[in-house]
Write a protein that binds this ligand. Structure first.
Ligand SMILES: [Zn+2]
Length: 87
């Protein structure tokens, strides 16, 4: 299993997440991990500094990858490096 560091350059925070293998990108995280990362990186009610997982800047981007078809909420998120970097 691979662990990567997600960062938020607005709040100057970072958090590490453990990835599961995925079809594309560096790996995937569950919606629970996404929520935990968002709380660690931003955690401010109503703050719009960041996208998924509270990531802003840094090497990795987090996007929904699979959804719960019952309520439309993301189930897993893929973590990828848009610039192709790995760390
Ligand atoms: Zn914020």
């Amino acid at each position: 299993m691979k662990t990567v560091t997600l960062t938020n350059d607005f709040h100057r925070t970072e958090t590490r997440v453990r990835l599961k293998p995925s079809k594309w990108g560096e790996g995937e995280i569950t919606w629970q991990q996404e929520a935990r990362a968002r709380k660690a990186l931003c955690g401010v009610d109503g703050c719009t500094c960041a996208g998924h997982a509270g990531v802003r800047g840094g090497l990795y981007v987090v996007e929904p990858d699979t959804w719960n078809w019952d309520d439309g909420t993301p189930q897993t998120f893929v973590v990828y490096a848009p610039q192709g970097g790995t760390a």
